[in-house]
Design a protein. Structure first.
Length: 295
């Protein structure tokens, strides 16, 4: 049984006769009759009752016509979807979301623009840290990633688009009064308890941050660790300690947290959009959207 058998049968059922169906299909009448006979022979049932030049559906024919219409509609839908996917207009895109950079800038703007431009593409956005996103991308578990540069970024096998460079700032409870404006000095922060993240979360960034702190003479007293900056800022807000966090967090300051620059402290953090070396059409279109954003 092939789709043409179903098309011919549905045409006959719709137009009440083989001659009318043949005319609508622009096919010779004997060809339509032969296809219907072949279909009935394969099924082992009569689908049509011939009454002169007219045909009437049998009970089996009415039931079969309903199923045949659904199959034809599904095949048409499948073909249309395949064409849209081939053109990069539909499908499924798996994107890593870095929470600390999701409030402003390239990431939210790109996802918003892409969703409006390609409403038939389903965006599967997965909150993950930078290291985990890169590993997932290399394992073909993500199509695209928004990350900060890490040690596991294999440039030979990935397509990398540099977006911006962020830095680090001190996050402190608003209850803490530094009694000055502008950047803080070592004397202002010396002895403050610190909430930090474990080295395993982002080894390269961890080493760069603690190296920069040592360079300005600050020896952090780490009182608690947390694996993401959302939790870290919650602990800062609760007065557990201060923290050195990505400056991207300044786009969404918690009510009980203040952000302050520290004189001499700089840990440049490169924010990237990363895909596989040969991205598909959907991913390539997202990359174009990201590249067009001036954030």
């Amino acid at each position: 049984m092939e789709l043409r058998h179903l098309r011919y049968f549905v045409a006959v059922a719709d137009h009440g006769g083989i001659s009318h169906a043949a005319e609508r299909l622009r096919i010779a009448q004997p060809a339509v009759s032969r296809q219907i006979r072949d279909l009935e022979a394969e099924l082992g049932v009569d689908l049509l009752l011939r009454e002169g030049r007219r045909v009437v559906l049998t009970d089996a024919g009415r039931a079969f016509s309903n199923r045949a219409r659904a199959i034809l509609a599904a095949s048409t839908k499948a073909a249309d979807e395949a064409r849209r996917i081939d053109k990069g207009e539909a499908g499924h895109l798996r994107i890593g979301l870095l929470e600390s950079a999701s409030w402003a800038g390239h990431m939210p703007q790109a996802l918003s623009r892409y969703a409006r431009a390609y409403p038939n593409v389903r965006l599967d956005v997965r909150p993950m840290g930078s290291v985990d996103q890169i590993d997932a991308l290399l394992a073909d578990e993500l199509d695209a990633a928004f990350v900060y540069r890490q040690d596991n970024l294999v440039e030979d096998t990935l397509n990398i688009l540099s977006l911006r460079v962020d830095d680090v700032v001190l996050a402190a409870s608003t209850d803490l009064d530094f009694d000055k404006d502008g950047p803080l000095d070592l004397d202002d922060i010396d002895g403050l308890p610190v909430v930090a993240f474990p080295r395993r979360v982002a080894p390269a960034y961890h080493d760069a941050l603690f190296g920069a702190l040592a360079h300005i003479g600050f020896d952090p007293l780490v009182v608690q660790e947390a694996e993401n900056e959302t939790t870290i800022l919650s602990l800062v807000s609760a007065g557990v300690g201060c923290a050195f966090v990505n400056s991207a967090n300044m786009a969404r300051p918690p009510k009980q947290v203040q952000f302050r620059r520290v004189a001499g402290l700089s840990v440049p953090i490169e924010f990237l959009f990363v895909t596989g070396k040969t991205p598909g059409k959907l991913t390539e279109r997202l990359r174009n959207v990201v590249a067009d954003i001036d954030a």
